[in-house]
Write a protein that binds this ligand. Structure first.
Ligand code: DAH
Length: 350
């Protein structure tokens, strides 16, 4: 190393002695922790290189450059010594771990943490099984949707409150793209692609720009259902809904239909189910013994037309299951915001 042979530079510190002393200390470092402390000391401001650097202002100008070079080389030499010692200590530690008396290679590994299925996923899978067993196809649709499919094609007029900026996340200034506010747009997409007769369900996320509370969230899940065929009637709708309830709650559950208004069905209904949790009123059914389960109805002729299907030949029914709500009912979850919180304390319970 050049500075060892350099007698030109004279500083208040002797580099030979400094390096030799420091190297001896590095070589003697007993473990990685000691080495780390030493490294911090030797490579810091009051280490050998640091001392030389600090002395530069006191030197005659013509010696300063050489002193700087000397400090750098000293630093590099110390870094090398430390790295070599680190390698030696690490392999020694590994070796002693391997050969040490308390190393037991037959010990079983720590158990792996297993993830679980999200409660929404569980219910969706159950419903998919149930509906595919009845001949339904499972469909998917875009979450960023055209205004046409989300509103226009569903017979939702321009002045319908669902179009209010309060409720809808618009994605572009022209308002052509929205985050779908329901799964119903996939009804029309399905009609465009599938030849009647067909049956389909569409589980998925939907979005509403509204204030959140225990029963409202900007993002939640729905499951659309659509059946198109010859002479499909309200009777078929009721039959399908009873089967759905039997699948979800494991027994027959009484239902009732009330009139409900949705622009894309005629007639439209609100379907209520007898409260599965009580016989004479409870917190879940708000003491009424009925639970509002889902809106549904007979597909409006204008919607069939939007999807390219002749309403003179074909009829259909549709339903919009509030999946998040059903999951909450099923597992007794009291706040919808838990579902998408990502909170492990919640998720680990399933
Ligand atoms: N898409 C409606 C909503 O989110 C719910 C709905 C009502 C869906 C009636 C339907 C239906 O399929 O027939 O508010």
């Amino acid at each position: 190393m050049s500075f060892l042979g350099s007698a030109l530079v004279t500083t208040s510190t002797d580099p030979h002695a400094l390096l030799a002393g420091a190297r001896a200390r590095v070589a003697a470092a007993a473990d990685l922790q000691a080495l780390q402390a030493l490294e911090r000391e030797l490579l810091g401001k009051s280490g050998p290189a640091g001392l030389i650097l600090a002395s530069i202002p006191t030197l005659p100008p013509e010696q300063r450059k050489a002193a700087g070079a000397q400090a750098n080389e000293l630093k590099r030499a110390l870094e090398e010594a430390c790295a070599a010692r680190r390698t030696a200590l690490e392999s020694a530690a590994l070796e002693s771990e391997r050969s040490g008396g308390d190393f037991d290679p037959t010990l079983p590994p720590a158990p792996l943490e297993r993830g679980g299925l999200h409660p929404v996923t569980r219910v969706v899978r159950e419903l998919e099984d149930l509906f595919t067993s009845m001949g339904y196809t499972i469909l998917d649709g875009p979450e960023v949707e055209l205004d046409w499919y989300n509103f226009e094609a569903l017979n939702i007029p321009k002045d319908h409150p669902a179009r209010d900026a309060q409720d809808t996340f618009y994605c572009d200034p022209a308002g052509r793209l929205v985050l779908r506010t329901h799964t119903s747009p996939v009804q029309v997409r399905a009609m465009e692609r599938m030849q009647p007769p067909f049956r389909a369900i569409v589980p998925g996320k939907v979005f509403r720009n509204e204030a959140t509370d225990a029963s409202h969230e900007h993002t939640f899940h729905q499951m659309e259902g659509l059946v198109v065929g010859k002479d499909v009637s309200v009777g078929h709708l009721i039959g399908a809904m009873k089967t759905l309830l039997r699948g979800v709650f494991g027994r027959d559950i009484e239902i009732r239909l009330r009139p409900g208004y949705f622009p894309f069905v005629e007639p439209g209904f609100e379907l209520d189910a007898r409260c599965p949790f009580c016989t004479s009123g409870c917190r879940v059914c708000k003491q009424s013994t009925w639970i509002e389960l889902l809106p549904c109805g007979m597909v409006h002729p204008n919607v069939l037309k939007s999807g390219g299907i002749d309403p003179e030949q074909w009829t259909g029914f549709a339903f919009g299951l509030g999946l998040s709500r059903l999951v909450m009912l099923r597992y007794g979850i009291d706040d919808v915001r838990h579902l998408l919180s990502g909170d492990l304390r919640f998720l680990e319970q399933f």
